[in-house]
Design a protein around this ligand. Structure first.
Ligand SMILES: [Zn+2]
Length: 71
């Protein structure tokens, strides 16, 4: 059964998607959620791989409102 969400703004159907983090490189990654504050190190942000969550973003088909979830 496909998960379907209802828009909290207008009550219409929301479609599932995800946000893409397009940086300087041609490689595009989906965005992730990570708990706490960003811990910047010389090599970049310190990331606990077990803690990060893929962000699912739902987009309203009517008013285009975005709602994000990190299950
Ligand atoms: Zn809406």
């Amino acid at each position: 059964m496909a998960s379907s969400k209802t828009c909290p703004k207008c009550g219409r159907r929301m479609e599932e998607g995800f946000t893409i983090d397009a940086g300087d490189h041609s490689v595009q990654n989906a965005s992730f959620w990570h708990p706490g504050k960003p811990d910047k190190r010389w090599y970049g942000l310190k990331i606990d791989k077990k803690q990060k969550r893929k962000i699912e973003t739902y987009r309203c088909t009517s008013c285009h409102y975005l709602e994000s979830y990190a299950p």
